[in-house]
Design a protein around this ligand. Structure first.
Ligand SMILES: [Zn+2]
Ligand SMILES: [Zn+2]
Length: 328
């Protein structure tokens, strides 16, 4: 009887302990459950905000996209930057060279506002030098308006005039502001420093049959790196500069004549051997530029073909040792 009672008491204690243990465990689980939500929520918010920051840095916020990109490019501490401004059919290239602002061509007349806004977004008030490659509308159309919008240091163009409204607007702006004009010839050099200069490689003749061929081939040298600008020069000019043994090698090439078949001979591409071949026209424009055959020719020679039509504005920076794509 007694041992039976002891056993019952022991059994009761055991049961009680078990029950208590069980309750304790459940309580612990509850506490654990309560505690475990907070870090998860915090982690989730952290993840979302990190993803958000990553997204905005890469893609920009709608409406702020341009200014954040401009800030990023402006803050890049490189002495030379080359901006290929997307103006549809036509050319407009903005160079920042050791503190000088330089413009090569000004697209069609409708492109003037795009170019002016673009330059203003980079705080440009003065263009130290402006180049016109040749008097065709897709290079000169916006020139009058652009010259009127900024303080201009010097103006350069080849010795070829056309009787057009755009040419007149340009001439009027130059006269009104009393801007000196230099006629471009092969052999000229504009020196920014010992290591940074712009070589004018053509034109080398007085007269060309096609207006496109007055376009100067210009090579911007920055230390060990180079950019080649070509306007609408055709095969005859490529052969001309090759036969004169001009140094043509460049890391970045503005593909001549918007990627047309009139230009980009194999010998020329080989001499330039560009890492990046930039084309300022689209696959669907009315001139059928660029030619698919020309695109393949560059790719076959190991160049990356970049279309402004696809990528928008394209900017490169260089310190003379490497060429760095800054956007797109
Ligand atoms: Zn053109
Ligand atoms: Zn042209």
């Amino acid at each position: 009887m007694r041992s039976n009672q002891v056993f019952r008491i022991q059994a009761m204690i055991l049961w009680h302990n078990l029950e208590e243990n069980w309750m304790l465990r459940e309580e612990r689980i509850l506490v654990m459950k309560k505690r475990s939500y907070l870090p998860m929520i915090l982690f989730f918010f952290l993840l979302v905000s990190l993803l958000g920051i990553y997204f905005f840095l890469n893609h920009g916020i709608v409406g702020l996209e341009k200014s954040s990109e401009v800030t990023r490019i402006q803050q890049t501490n490189l002495p030379v930057k080359v901006h290929f401004i997307h103006v549809g059919q036509g050319d407009a290239i903005f160079l920042e060279v050791l503190g000088e602002n330089i413009l090569i061509d000004a697209g069609e007349q409708e492109a003037a506002d795009t170019i002016i806004t673009y330059l203003q977004s980079y705080d440009v008030e003065k263009l130290h030098r402006v180049f016109l490659t040749h008097p065709h509308e897709d290079h000169m159309g916006g020139m009058g308006d652009v010259l009127a919008a900024f303080e201009i240091g010097a103006f350069y163009r080849p010795d070829k005039e056309l009787v057009t409204k755009s040419f007149q607007r340009m001439t009027d702006a130059l006269t009104k502001k009393n801007i000196p004009t230099t006629l471009l010839r092969g052999g000229q050099r504009i020196e920014f420093s010992k290591e940074v200069y712009l070589d004018i490689l053509s034109p080398n003749k007085e007269v060309y049959l096609n207006v496109n061929n007055y376009s100067p081939i210009m090579r911007l040298v920055v230390g060990q790196k180079a950019f080649l600008f070509t306007g609408d020069a055709e095969a005859v000019i490529e052969e001309e500069v090759l036969s004169l043994h001009k140094e043509l090698q460049a890391d970045v090439l503005q593909v001549p004549h918007h990627g047309s078949k009139t230009s980009s001979t194999e010998a020329f591409i080989q001499a330039v051997s560009p890492r990046y071949a930039l084309i300022s026209s689209g696959l669907q424009n009315m001139h059928n530029l660029p030619s698919p055959e020309i695109l393949l020719r560059y790719e076959a020679m190991g160049s990356s073909v970049l279309l402004l039509e696809e990528l928008g504005n394209i900017v490169f920076g260089t310190n003379g040792k490497e060429v760095i794509p800054l956007s797109n």
